[in-house]
Design a protein around this ligand. Sequence first.
Ligand SMILES: [Zn+2]
Length: 104
Amino acid sequence: MNCPDIKFCEMCGKKISDINDPNTDWMSHIRIKYCPECAAYRRKMNRRNWASKNTDAHKTVEAFLGEYSTLMREQVSELKEQVKLIQEENDLLRKEIITLRGNM
Ligand SMILES: [Zn+2]
């Protein structure tokens, strides 16, 4: 594996790990990319990005549901209107049938 003996922070260039130091753990030397300050900063930025993305998605869903429920409400009231008309028509027809029977 091509890993330098001495590693520097990818953001600020500070020396972060030296494999020749007896306290340095090989695995963490391979993994490390940033100094503790830059790593903390990156974590914070990632969290913020995720949070704002999440908020946008939430807003989109809310907008969609808002539009959708308005549309549904309009359609439901239209359907209710139609049902009312059909019931009125039905009533008239029933009365007409009764009248016709009475005349037979
Ligand atoms: Zn750094």
